[in-house]
Design a protein around this ligand. Structure first.
Ligand code: DGT
Ligand code: CA
Ligand code: CA
Ligand code: ZN
Length: 578
């Protein structure tokens, strides 16, 4: 994303929050939020656009365009500065606590005079929040969790998508240099972990200096932290650390295996080496006694000499992959190419940015065999959905379906699971959708018992085929629902309801460990982008990475299936419509 787009997105989002704290118009706040996301997701660099060009971006009206122009010209927007100044700095800090939100932050300020995170912690420990309306023990626990998340985020793990963008650019730049035999990223990014501490890049070349220098000179690089012959570390303009190691081409496999990790996996592989009277390091696999090199050029050779098949990086977490390898039972993991379609996408009929036609064209361009449009149902009040709008969209979807020869379109919706586990619309209306995803979008803080019951009831609904973003967590921002997920997994398996692996990098929900657990109950999964713009469809890769980390095969994932098999699953045993 161009830097200016990112800055403007953050500024408009902040303004939306400020409007909310000062008790401003909710629709106005919402308009700024939508514009923020539209600009963040816009393909062209906004700093190259004039007011007219800005207004062509969906959800950007005249007044917002003017503010953006002012910002690009002067580095600030007077209205936003004024609003900012009207709120104490400490309260602005409070709203950055995930799980707290602008309204509660304002109550804490007005009722208890709290103006900093430290004061808030003190007040919680002194049980002073208990007397406030709308605050309870549960809220306290959530706020404490939010503060912990914020402090952890401050320790600098970043979302996989942000790391991937930087890593792919660096790998492309370094690969183009003369003398580069191999270049790849390793570490947690190659393992597709949900957040990344630092990026590890490896190069195989005879000479290391040109690569070390090139890394220091890249436009991303803000600072060289350490510069050596084998390893150089830099910090990017966004504060992300990148470690570059240059290896002799003959050590490529050993280096790649070592620096891919995880540490826990490497400890296991080294133990096996020791049992075979071998020694494994980043330079190669050696005979422990003579010190003779046995092999080092490819990962496959190294694993083979340890009596193991090549283990996919997404499994290298010491979660049983070595034992599975020794028994020849490493699963054949689902791949991105196996995905035949996306079952959760939004258009500008609700909170998506792109018109239906654009979403459909972009999905078709990805080579999908089918794609479901699943805009929000009416109980998500801000989306202003109506029966008429939904039916009109269905008409249009059916027309487009006839026009797109290669891809079948499914008309679906994303229902809201209410506090009792009920969803929008009566059964007759639901029966007409090709697919209903159902998700929790509110009342996150119910008791564990109520939340569990709520999700189980949604599974029992014969029209609900997929539970969307099942835990509702937002990485670094909101913890997942405190429900008994084992009970939910059991209900999914019993009712034939799939669990979503939402591929949005801020969600990745279900997460890898939960996927692994749910699979043991016999649950099926849908890996979906939840795209709110055409640029989100490629998030699918992160969902597939998470599915792999949860040991899923193609058969576990319903949107790798042929359409007939998928349709029969979506009917959940209901009879075919006549
Ligand atoms: P991160 O950066 O926190 O997201 O996680 P990783 O896994 O990328 O960790 P990092 O960057 O510290 O190191 C990259 C890989 O290098 C790691 O996965 C395994 C290997 N490695 C680094 N230090 C050690 C070590 O002390 N022992 C072993 N066995 N492996 C190490
Ligand atoms: Ca790393
Ligand atoms: Ca590292
Ligand atoms: Zn949703």
């Amino acid at each position: 994303m161009p830097r200016a787009n990112e800055e403007v997105e953050a500024l408009l989002q902040e303004y939306a929050d400020l409007i909310a704290i000062t008790g401003g118009d909710a629709f106005k706040a919402r308009a700024y939020e939508k514009a923020a996301r539209a600009i963040g997701g816009h393909h062209a660099d906004v700093s190259t656009l004039d007011a007219k060009g800005l207004k062509d971006i969906p959800n950007v009206g005249r007044s917002i365009a003017e503010k953006v122009v002012e910002y690009l010209r002067s580095g600030q927007v007077s209205t936003i500065e004024e609003t900012r100044a009207s709120i104490p700095a400490g309260v602005r800090e409070l709203i950055t606590i995930p799980t707290l939100g602008p309204k509660k932050a304002m109550v804490l300020h007005e009722e208890l005079g709290i103006t900093s995170v430290d004061q808030l912690l003190e007040a919680i420990h002194a049980e002073r929040l208990r007397d406030l309306k709308g605050f309870g023990e549960k809220t306290e626990a959530n706020i404490l969790h939010g503060i912990a998340l914020m402090q952890k985020a401050g320790e600098g793990r970043i979302l996989i998508s942000a790391a991937m963008d930087v890593a792919e650019q660096i790998v492309a730049e370094l690969s183009a240099l003369p003398g580069c035999a191999r270049c790849a990223y390793a570490g947690s990014l190659r393992r597709m972990k949900e957040t990344i501490g630092d990026i590890d890049v490896l190069v195989a070349a005879e000479q290391s200096a040109p690569f070390m220098e090139a890394l220091g000179a890249l436009p991303h690089t803000a600072e060289v932290i350490a510069h050596g012959e084998k390893k150089t570390s830099i910090r990017t303009t966004k504060g992300l650390q990148v470690d570059l190691r240059v290896l002799p081409p003959a050590s490529w496999g050993a280096g790649l295996q070592y620096f891919t990790g995880s540490k826990a996996h490497n400890i296991r592989t080294r133990e096996i080496a020791v049992r075979h009277k071998l020694k494994l390091s980043e330079y190669g696999l050696f005979d422990a006694e003579s010190g003779d090199m046995i092999t080092s050029e490819t990962e496959e050779d190294i694993y083979a000499r340890l009596g193991l098949p090549w283990i996919p990086p997404t499994l290298r977490e010491d979660r049983g992959e070595i034992a599975a390898g020794l028994k020849g039972e490493v699963p054949e993991l689902v791949q991105e190419e196996d995905i035949r379609g996306d079952l959760h996408t939004h258009t500008d009929l609700t909170d998506g940015l792109a018109p239906l036609e654009d979403m459909v064209a972009a999905a078709a361009a990805r080579g999908y065999a089918y794609c479901a449009i699943t805009d929000h149902a009416p109980n998500l009040y801000m989306q202003r959905m109506t029966d008429e709008k939904m039916l009109a969209q269905r008409e249009r979807v059916r027309e487009l379906d006839r026009e797109h020869r290669g891809m079948r379109l499914l008309h679906g919706t994303e229902l809201n699971i209410d506090p009792d586990g009920e969803v929008d619309w009566p059964p007759e209306f639901l029966a007409e959708f090709d697919l209903c995803v159902a998700s929790v979008h509110s009342h996150f803080n119910q008791s564990r018992q109520a939340l569990t019951r709520r999700l189980v009831r949604a599974c029992e609904n014969p029209y609900v085929a997929v539970i969307g973003h099942p835990t509702t967590r937002r990485i670094g921002k909101r913890p997942g629902l405190d429900a008994d997920f084992d009970a939910v997994f059991e209900a999914c398996a019993a009712t034939g309801t799939a669990l979503e692996i939402n591929a949005h990098p801020e969600r990745l929900d279900l997460r890898d460990e939960d996927v692994l657990r749910a699979k043991r109950y016999g649950v099926k999964f849908a890996v979906n982008s939840d795209a709110h713009s055409v640029t989100h469809l490629p998030y699918m890769r992160y969902g597939v990475g998470t599915a792999q980390r949860g040991w899923l095969t193609k058969d576990d994932v319903i949107n790798t299936w042929p359409l007939t098999r998928l349709r029969s699953f979506l009917r959940k045993g209901r009879s075919r419509p006549v």
